[in-house]
Design a protein around this ligand. Structure first.
Ligand code: BDR
Ligand code: CA
Length: 308
C-alpha cells in the first residue's frame, strides 16, 4: 500500500477523509498530524483521535502540531463546523493518547524513514511548511503533497478572494507552493461539485453502522450552513477529495499549471492566483484539479466506508 501521512484540522469533512483512508487497503496511514484550523489545536488533535477510535484504529499515531499560523493570528470556522469542529455526532472523548512528538517532527522523521511518503494536507499548511523549511531534505524525500485548498473559478469561501485553508496561513501555503515538491491541489472548483445531498446522506445512514450514522449526522449538520447561505443542494465534502484522488484518479481531471499565493494584500489575502489559461510564463508548480465525476465518487466512497 501507498504510505501516507494525513495533516488535518477535523472538521466533519476531514473526519470523513480520515475514515475513507482507513477504509482503503491501497493506503497505509503512517500517522496523523493535527493543526489548528477549523477549531483550535486542542480540539483538532482530540477530534483526530476520536475518529481513529470510531474506526477501531486506536493504534494510529496522532501528533499535535502547530497551534497558530506562521505569522498571523488563528482564524477558525466554528460558523461552519460548530463549536467542537465535529458538531452533529456526539463521539466520546478519546481514550488513546496523543504522541509526545510534535507534529512537525513527526512529518520530518516519517519523510526520512519512509520511502515515498505522500502528505495529504486537509487544513492550513502550517505544519507542512514548517517541516519543509526546518528540514530542507524533506522536499526531496517525499513522493508528493496532495492538498485541499484554493480555488480558481469558485474563488472564495472565507473571503471573496480566498479559500479557508490557504487564507488562514498564506505564508505557509506560499512556502509549500515554492518548495519544489510535487503538488496536487483539490480546490473549491472540485469540492463544490461533491455535495452531500439528502439522498447521499440517506445512503450513509443506510449503511446501518456506527460509522455510517456518524457520517450522516456530521454531514447533516455540515450541510445546513451551505444550504442556508448559498441555497445549494448540500454542503461540499471538501477533504475526502484528497483521498479520492489518490484512490481513483480516473474520476478527476485537471491541468499542470503555475499557482502563486497572495500574501501581501489584505483584500485578497490567501488568494490562489492560478494560471489556468497559461497566460504567464511562470513555471508550472502544481497539478490543479478542475473537475470530478461526483456521482461515481460518492458511490465508491459510500461502498468503501460501508466496509469499515
Ligand atoms: C476547507 O476548510 C475547512 O473548513 C474544511 O475542512 C476544508 O478543509 C474548505 O475550505
Ligand atoms: Ca479541513
Amino acid at each position: 500500500p501507498r504510505p501516507i501521512l494525513i495533516d488535518t484540522d477535523p472538521g466533519q469533512d476531514d473526519a470523513v477523509a480520515i475514515l475513507l483512508a482507513l477504509a482503503s487497503p491501497e493506503l497505509e496511514v503512517k500517522a496523523i498530524t493535527a493543526v489548528a484550523g477549523n477549531v483550535p489545536l486542542a480540539l483538532t488533535s482530540a477530534n483526530a483521535r476520536k475518529v481513529c477510535e470510531l474506526a477501531g484504529r486506536p493504534e494510529i499515531a496522532v501528533h499535535a502540531g502547530c497551534d497558530h499560523p506562521l505569522e498571523r493570528p488563528l482564524v477558525t470556522a466554528e460558523h461552519v463546523h460548530g463549536k467542537t469542529g465535529l458538531d452533529g455526532a456526539d463521539l466520546r472523548a478519546p481514550v488513546m493518547a496523543l504522541q509526545d512528538k510534535h507534529g512537525v517532527d513527526a512529518i520530518i522523521d516519517l519523510a526520512r524513514e519512509v520511502d515515498g511518503l505522500t502528505i495529504c494536507a486537509l487544513g492550513p499548511l502550517t505544519n507542512v511548511a514548517t517541516a519543509l523549511t526546518r528540514a530542507p531534505d524533506v522536499a526531496g524525500r517525499i513522493r508528493e503533497i496532495v492538498l485541499m485548498g484554493g480555488a480558481y473559478f469558485e474563488v472564495g469561501n472565507i473571503s471573496p478572494a480566498a479559500e479557508f485553508n490557504i487564507f488562514v496561513d498564506p505564508e505557509a501555503a506560499k512556502a509549500v507552493f515554492d518548495s519544489g515538491c510535487k503538488i496536487t491541489v483539490l480546490p473549491l472548483d472540485v469540492t463544490h461539485k461533491v455535495l452531500v445531498t439528502t439522498d447521499r446522506i440517506a445512503a450513509f445512514r443506510a449503511m446501518e453502522t456506527r460509522i455510517g450514522d456518524a457520517i450522516a449526522d456530521w454531514t447533516g449538520f455540515f450541510e445546513r450552513f451551505d444550504k442556508e447561505k448559498y441555497g445549494s443542494d448540500g454542503a461540499p465534502l471538501h477533504d475526502p477529495c484528497v483521498i479520492g484522488w489518490l484512490l481513483w484518479p480516473e474520476l478527476f481531471s485537471g491541468r499542470q499549471i503555475n499557482v502563486e499565493i497572495e500574501t501581501t494584500s489584505e483584500l485578497t489575502r490567501g488568494m490562489t492566483v492560478a494560471d489556468w489559461w497559461g497566460v504567464t510564463d511562470r513555471a508550472v508548480n502544481a497539478m490543479f484539479i478542475g473537475n470530478v465525476d461526483a456521482g461515481a465518487f460518492f458511490a465508491r466512497m459510500t461502498d468503501r466506508l460501508a466496509r469499515l
